[in-house]
Every structure is written in C-alpha cells, then in structure tokens.
Ligand binder design. Structure first.
Ligand SMILES: [Zn+2]
Length: 64
C-alpha cells in the first residue's frame, strides 16, 4: 500500500515538472506553444499572434 502511494506520488511529480516546462505561464499559447514576450496584467484575454488562437488568460494557464 505504502509502495503504491509512493509510486503515485513520483508519477504525479514527474507530470507536474513536464507541465511546468510546457506551460511556464499564461503567456504561452496552449495551441502552438508560442510565447508572447509581453502581456500586461490588465489583459485577461489575448490572441496568439502565431496561430490566432483566442485565450482567456487564467484558463490557458490551467490547460492540461
Ligand atoms: Zn498559438
């Protein structure tokens, strides 16, 4: 039982690291990984200049 939990924790830990690498923040497009250099805090929605995907700032940051 303890072994199983330990395995799960490690698996999730690795998943989080991968997510963190692909999603450094809400400035990265979840569709094409394009990262915008500047995104003022007051802007809540933005369009990716590369693939034209529309993003809501918070939803994009939490995308799987
Ligand atoms: Zn994009």
């Amino acid at each position: 039982m303890t072994r199983q939990l330990d395995y799960k924790a490690k698996w999730y830990g690795r998943t989080f690291v991968q997510l963190d690498r692909w999603f450094p923040g809400s400035k990265t497009c979840s569709q094409c990984r394009h990262k915008v250099e500047q995104l003022p805090l007051k802007i809540r929605e933005w369009d990716c200049p590369k693939c034209d995907a529309h993003h809501d700032r918070e939803v994009n940051a939490l995308a799987p």
